[in-house]
Design a protein around this ligand. Structure first.
Ligand code: WTA
Length: 681
């Protein structure tokens, strides 16, 4: 596996990284923060594990208290808050109504700047969720434990659909709206969904995108794989007007606004779920072509998303909070929907791209709504900086806290974020975590630790990370060596399993450092995150990037294998390898290497077909930056493609590493020649 690493460049960067200076939170920030007592670390020390996490669960309203905080009797299938009962939609909605039903839950901001924002109160969200839940139960025939696939863009109907599922105990599986119909189909098939919830279309970068056409592809492709979608339920971007160019299929497609007429005023009792009943699936890329359905439970996940929103994002009742991520990713699930709603805060939900129509847009939104907590990714920061380096200074807004998440942030970009976006007033938290984790793992606790550009920070309270080398030895702090970051202990937000594939769950996350598969002691089951990291003397972790065949493009996680399998659908392509090339905006961007079937000659037309196929199969986010047609790919003697070498070539590395283990070392010079033409051309 070590030979197959993608992106050795990241390791090289690490070697050259110097230690950065600290930045301190202001005394004003510290004084008001939700956590400013260092005793929190003692409370959440390993000695107090797992009972320390009771505090997290106590932030929620339970129908029935839990009996055991952690049942660790069947590692690594941890069961949190067993015996307890609760409902996630109740916690996000009903419990706020008494004191704050007129408070805004979401300010929906259409991408078109002339379209007025829409404020949706907790009461209004409650009503919509109830009516839609009634529709799902009655017209949809859905019940607790069923799976539903939701393929939606950033509109309020998306959290409505999620919470309606949660109210009924239906397991939602949200597919990022930018994914293709085919990618949606794969997820429909794996989760065995009979119902697809979608929308007619939406606005993105100034364009109307026909979204419903993807549903047709999804249903058709799912059918080929044996999964029948009986009903497609379609929201309207403009309520009451169906605007997709794609016609409705009679007996299969239904417009939600029409159906809702029968459910007006309906109220649905929230189903009292066991803490360990699954809440949702979120598919994420793994090292094989098949995306894995990360399964999150109700009580543990919701406790963790809520508590980390309170203590790390420092959300308070009167904040206006804006997370610019997409709800179709885990950041949106935990930190646009479940965490913030459970805390009852007002959030911005923005439809479009951050730089539309110009790089001042986010700052105008911040100014207009008085946003004081801002949450985004390094990719967004890089592009806002590139297109409008001085824009933030032109607007009168003031952030108290800012978040970066999804990729490593370069110290230089961090400093622009701090000085220019945050106006030197805002604390930054660089939060490292993953779909599998439910919520943050590493970050500074904002009032309790200094910030250090480029480093996420130590484990947050209750999270005890460690770096192991490939042989299982602990890599000590300050050694300057990278290794595999692991978490020593379970925590409430950790995934429960991979949907339908518990063996893969154990293999992927626990097998590497577990020495005794029969051990019933959680200490023998460190969680392997799959990222390389370095630990500095001060206990701060710097994340280096993925160690498996996963690449991170603009904060979106893509499996190299997914792209490769798409390319290999083209008959003219013999072999394909995808690597991550360093990109000034997106962090990394995919480059595709292909060898062609005999008799086929390279052409621009074929190149275009490869790019189009990837876009159709996966979506525009996976669009490769370059397609290199080469005579042969470098391979080990056992026939494994050596992506490491291709990655070094794509990244202009001075030293491409050892080629002596190749079965065909002679091809390397030829490939270098072809790629060199780029820098010369
Ligand atoms: C990367 C997103 C550096 C990492 C929440 C991880 C980060 C993957 C950071 C998970 C960060 C996330 N610094 N790298 N602050 N946050 N990553 O599942 O490689 O979409 O494994 O979850 O993003 O991506 P995912």
């Amino acid at each position: 596996m070590a030979e197959e690493h993608v992106g050795p460049s990241e390791k090289q960067i690490a070697v050259h990284w110097r230690e950065e200076e600290y930045y301190q939170p202001s005394p004003g920030f510290v004084a008001q923060a939700n956590v400013n007592d260092p005793a929190v670390f003692e409370r959440f020390s390993l000695e107090n594990f797992p009972e320390c996490f009771r505090e997290y669960a106590e932030l929620l309203t339970w129908d029935k208290p839990w009996e055991q905080t952690l049942d660790a009797s069947n590692p690594p299938f941890w069961r949190w808050f067993t015996g307890g009962r609760l409902n996630a939609s109740y916690n996000c909605l009903d419990r706020h109504l008494k004191s704050s039903r007129n408070k805004v839950a979401y300010y929906f901001i259409p991408e078109k700047e002339d379209d007025p924002p829409v404020a949706v109160t907790y009461q209004e969200l409650f009503v919509r969720v109830n009516e839609f839940a009634a529709l799902l139960a009655d017209f949809g025939g859905l019940k607790q434990g069923d799976r539903v696939t939701i393929h939606m863009p950033m509109v309020v109907d998306l959290p409505v659909a999620m919470l309606a599922c949660a109210r009924l105990g239906i397991i939602h599986s949200v597919v990022f709206g930018g994914f293709s119909g085919k990618a949606c189909a794969d997820r429909i098939v794996d989760s065995a969904s009979h119902i697809l919830i979608t929308t007619d279309g939406y606005y993105r970068n100034g364009q109307w995108l026909n979204h419903k056409e993807k549903a047709d592809v999804a249903v058709e492709e799912a059918a080929k794989a044996g999964q029948t979608v009986e009903k497609v339920l379609i929201f309207d971007r403009h309520a009451g007007r169906y605007q997709s160019e794609t016609p409705l299929v009679a007996g299969r497609d239904y417009r939600i606004t029409e159906l809702l007429a029968s459910y007006r005023g309906a109220r649905v009792e929230p189903v009292s779920m066991l803490a360990e009943d699954p809440l949702f699936l979120m598919y994420t890329s793994g090292s094989t072509g098949k995306p894995k359905g990360v399964q999150h439970g109700t009580g543990g996940y919701l406790s963790y998303a809520t508590a980390t929103s309170k203590y790390i994002l420092d959300i308070k009742p009167d904040d206006v909070y804006w997370c610019m991520a997409d709800i179709g990713w885990i950041t949106g699930h935990s930190y646009i929907v479940y965490g913030p709603l459970a805390l009852g805060v007002s959030s911005i939900l923005y439809e479009g791209v951050p730089t539309y129509p110009d790089a001042g847009r986010p700052w105008r939104i911040a100014q207009r709504f008085g946003v004081d907590i801002f949450h985004t990714s390094p990719t967004a920061i890089r592009s806002l900086r590139m297109l409008g380096p001085d824009e933030p200074g032109r607007y009168d807004y003031h952030f108290r806290l800012m978040v970066t998440v999804g990729e490593p942030i370069e110290p230089d970009v961090w400093r622009w974020y701090y000085n220019v976006v945050g106006k030197r007033e805002a604390v930054i938290v660089d939060t490292w975590w993953q779909t599998e984790n439910g919520g943050f793992l590493c970050s500074t606790v904002p009032a309790l630790a200094a910030m250090k550009p480029g480093s996420a920070g130590p484990g947050i309270p209750g999270i005890h990370p460690v770096i192991f080398d490939d042989a299982g030895q602990e890599v000590p702090a300050g050694s300057g060596r990278g290794g595999n970051i692991c978490i020593r202990n379970p925590w409430p937000g950790i995934m429960q399993t991979i949907w339908n594939d518990p063996d893969r769950f154990v293999r992927t996350y626990y097998a590497k450092y577990n020495t005794d598969p029969n051990s019933k002691d959680w200490r023998d089951w460190p969680y392997l995150a799959g990222d390389g990291a370095m630990l500095a003397d001060d206990g701060y972790f710097r994340i280096l990037g993925r160690i498996d065949d996963v690449i991170n493009v603009a904060g979106h996680r893509l499996g190299t294998k997914e792209l490769e399998s798409a390319v290999l659908k083209i008959g003219d392509v013999a072999e394909a390898a995808v690597v991550a090339a360093v990109d000034t905006i997106k962090g990394t961007s995919p480059e595709v290497y292909v060898s062609l079937t005999p008799g086929i000659t390279p052409s621009e037309e074929l190149k275009r077909r490869i790019i189009d196929t990837i876009t159709q199969e996966i979506g525009p986010i996976a669009k490769p930056r370059m397609v290199w047609m080469v005579p042969d790919l470098p391979k080990t003697r056992s026939g494994k493609i050596m992506r490491r070498i291709l990655s070094a070539i794509s990244n202009n590395a001075e030293d491409i590493g050892d080629v002596t283990t190749l079965s065909n070392p002679e091809v390397v010079a030829g490939i270098q020649q072809i790629v060199k033409q780029r820098s010369e051309g």
